[in-house]
Design a protein around this ligand. Structure first.
Ligand SMILES: NC(=O)c1ccc[n+]([C@@H]2O[C@H](COP(=O)([O-])OP(=O)(O)OC[C@H]3O[C@@H](n4cnc5c(N)ncnc54)[C@H](O)[C@@H]3O)[C@@H](O)[C@H]2O)c1
Length: 246
């Protein structure tokens, strides 16, 4: 359905979960070159190996912690340099914690925002430098249903950080439009990954009757990255099996 021949993509949080699902789906749909990045080096190399084995694509892997502006700058520059250009950026790196109100320390608040908001912003900013020169590009940021509903089980720092991602995406979409850089959000509900493995959520509570998969989210990401979405920017696609309705 989609084709990404000749295109290049950088996927953060690509070692596992939704990021790995996106990277694998891009590879299956013929992406020309891809870089995955994550702080977990072993998992990153394993995912790159799986992609190569399944599709033949040699996936570039760069291990980096996205919390620092300098490392974000180096990361994006290296990815763009090794791939020749940067057409698509998918920001999946993120963390959440379960707990109660008084579990949230200043350290935890900063940790969450440094990854989910600050790191994401600086990666976008660096991608803009490349995409502005190309006068084209596409960025997809992962927010969360929790941004709208306040979250279940997770501590308040997480939904607050994801609400920031929703707004940041719109700000960037406005700034990118004149250079044909589209910036959109995908907001997942409950998806079966390492992040949610301890949640114990009842599939019967989801209107569609099941917990989502990484591929459910990747489908929306690929659509937004494709030419079928060429008139969509500053938007958010909810992928939640209908839980926003309850
Ligand atoms: N799983 C869900 O139900 C769900 C729901 C809503 C939103 N999301 C969002 O989707 C995105 C992907 O989540 P997931 O479920 O695949 O989680 P995950 O934990 O499986 O993957 C997140 C990845 O981010 C990486 N990461 C964490 N801190 C990092 C750092 N400092 N630098 C670089 N990489 C770092 C982790 O190593 C991990 O591989 C996240 O932004 C998450 O908030 C997930």
């Amino acid at each position: 359905m989609f084709t990404f021949e000749g295109k290049t993509a950088l996927v953060t949080g690509g070692a596992g979960g939704i990021g790995a699902a996106c990277a694998k789906m891009f590879a299956r749909h013929g992406i020309g070159a891809m870089t995955i990045t994550d702080v977990r080096r072993e998992n990153l190399l394993r995912t790159a190996g799986e992609i190569e084995k399944e599709t033949g694509l040699t996936c570039i892997s760069i291990d980096a912690d996205i919390r620092k502006e300098e490392s974000d700058s180096l990361l994006v520059a290296e990815a763009a340099d090794r791939m020749g250009r940067l057409d698509i950026l998918v920001n999946c790196a993120g963390i959440s914690r379960t707990g109660k109100l008084y579990d949230v320390t200043e350290e935890q608040w900063d940790f969450t925002f440094n990854i989910n908001v600050k790191g994401l912003f600086f990666i976008c900013r660096e991608a803009f430098k490349v995409m502005e020169k190309q006068r084209s590009g596409c960025i997809i940021n992962l927010a969360s249903q929790a941004a709208r509903g306040g979250g279940i089980l997770v501590t308040p720092d997480y939904p607050s950080s994801k609400a920031a991602v929703l707004t940041l995406t719109k700000s960037l979409a406005k700034l990118g439009a004149s250079n044909s850089i589209r910036v959109n959000t995908v907001s997942p509900g409950l998806i079966a990954t390492e992040m949610t493995s301890s949640f114990g959520y009842d599939p019967a509570a989801v209107p569609l009757g099941r917990i989502g998969t990484g591929d459910d989210v990747a489908g929306a990401v690929l659509f937004l990255a494709s030419d079928y979405a060429s008139y969509i920017t500053g938007a958010c696609i909810d992928v939640n099996g209908g839980i926003a309705m309850i």
